[in-house]
Design a protein around this ligand. Structure first.
Ligand code: S3P
Length: 450
């Protein structure tokens, strides 16, 4: 059994101040390895996120015969081309990473051998029918663990040449979209995917930069299988692909600085792709002082520095297209809402129930344990603010984003908050605790003897 760790966070006694370089983007770090493997040539990346989830992607790619060197935040991927993968000796362990399992499934659907994909307990509870259905229609054979109506891991995928598909996504999901787009590279003709909402578009941007015949027209994405090798990723000028800081990780620092009175922080080089900035836009509508500076696009991805100052917030109704553009940020948004004046009501977010935890139930349980009054809805939650939060002991639900959201809630609570099983933070943001401390927050691992 892995050893669990408890993080104790003290209420803030001083403003948060300073500059913090947030860890690299998780979605881009997975993709630079997975898509770099499909190229012919070498992809160098900097700013790469070395965290549990992304390291799982490197592990499975190596088991498929892809040479990858990793040193801190730099990786070198020697692309094997679309057909250069080799059959792995054993089942591939994707750890807790849904992105690894779902995107890799799209690639494996085109490989002429059988591969079994498995993962930890949390991943083995997550739905895979959403990728198995379109990939089977394209001709892949996929066996899953069927429980009632649901298809769960492990998956055994036997791939080969595929049929083109015209697929309307039943849910707004970048992972499902990406699995189909990657499989479409191996198809016998052009495929189209029609989106249900503006899910993150990193796969499309990277495939275009690699020379794949991909066009986007509103919600419709068309892929023509390549007739020439895909080019490795880079900055477009012969340099490495530079991964910006993860806006989903920056979100915790942004909300912390917004809520702790008198704070002023700077976060350099944060990814500002519009499919990822929903939370920042919602916070600005609520009254937050978040100013982007030095905006530019590099390696096909918009990015810039964020200045954040403490401010009062007002609640607001949230639903519709912005939900998918903020999908990973609802735990921290709920924390912000507890400190906002008036009502915040989140709808259209039922997808939160199938993330690393059931994030609607888990966020309601975590904030309720700190004394908040928050109503659980089938597709979201609702609360009236501002609310007083008390200290206490809470559980991470083994969900990295819940653990970090509760750590930020603790800064505005009336007493210390102990977060059990908080080591899960390492799934996406291993430098969260040292960065928060450097900005002036007081938090410590219990085994460090606070
Ligand atoms: C991701 C897509 C989203 C997101 C996840 C990362 C990606 O999942 O929640 O953290 O990198 O494609 P869904 O596609 O399931 O919405």
């Amino acid at each position: 059994m892995p050893k669990h760790k408890t993080l104790t966070v003290q209420p803030a006694t001083q403003p948060l101040r300073g500059s913090a370089l947030v860890a690299g983007d998780k979605s881009l770090s997975h993709r630079v390895a997975l898509l770099g493997a499909l190229a012919e040539g070498t992809t160098h990346a900097e700013g790469w996120l070395a965290a549990e989830d992304t390291l799982a992607t490197l592990r499975v790619l190596r088991a498929l015969g892809v040479p990858i060197a990793q040193d801190g935040d730099r990786i070198t991927v020697t692309g094997v081309g679309l057909q250069g993968f080799s059959a792995p000796a054993d089942a591939l362990d994707c750890g807790g990473s849904g992105t690894t399992m779902r995107l890799l499934s799209g690639i494996l659907a085109g490989q002429p051998f059988a591969t079994t994909l498995t993962g930890n307990d949390a991943l083995r509870r997550r739905p895979m029918g959403r990728i198995a259905t379109p990939l089977r229609r394209m001709g892949a054979t996929i066996e899953s663990h069927v429980v009632g109506q649901r298809e769960l891991p492990p998956l055994t995928i036997t791939g080969g040449p595929l049929r083109a598909i015209d697929y309307t996504l039943p849910i707004a999901s970048a992972q499902v979209k990406s699995a189909v787009l990657l499989a479409a590279l191996f198809a016998d003709g052009p495929s189209t995917v029609i989106e249900a909402g503006p899910a993150r578009d990193h796969t499309e941007r990277m495939l275009s930069a690699m020379g794949a015949g991909l066009t986007v027209d509103g919600p419709t994405i068309r892929v023509v299988p390549p007739t020439a090798p895909l080019r490795p990723l880079g900055d477009g000028a012969g340099g490495p692909f530079r991964i910006p800081a993860d806006p989903s990780s920056a979100a915790f620092l942004v909300v912390a600085a917004t809520l702790v009175r008198g704070s002023h922080i700077r976060l350099p080089d944060v990814g500002l792709n519009p499919t990822r900035t929903g939370l920042f836009e919602l916070l600005q509508q609520m009254g937050a002082k978040i100013s982007p500076e030095n905006a530019l696009t590099q390696g096909g991805e918009p990015r810039g520095d964020l200045q954040v100052a403490g401010s009062e917030l007002n609640g607001l109704p949230i639903g519709g297209e912005i939900v998918v553009r903020a999908i990973d940020e609802f735990p921290i948004l709920a924390v912000a809402a507890t400190q906002a004046s008036g009502r915040t009501e989140v709808r259209d977010a039922a997808e939160l129930r199938v993330k690393e935890s059931d994030r609607i139930a888990a966020v309601v349980a975590g904030l309720t344990a700190l004394g908040a009054k928050i109503e659980e809805r089938a597709d979201g939650f609702a609360l009236n603010g501002p609310q007083r939060l008390r200290g206490g002991t809470v559980d991470s639900a083994m969900d990295h984003r819940l653990a970090m959201a509760l750590a930020v809630a603790a800064l505005v609570a009336e007493g210390p908050v102990r977060i059990e099983r908080a080591e899960v933070i390492d799934d996406s943001f291993p430098t969260f605790v040292p960065l928060m401390r450097a900005l002036g927050a007081e938090m410590a691992w219990e085994c460090e003897g606070r």
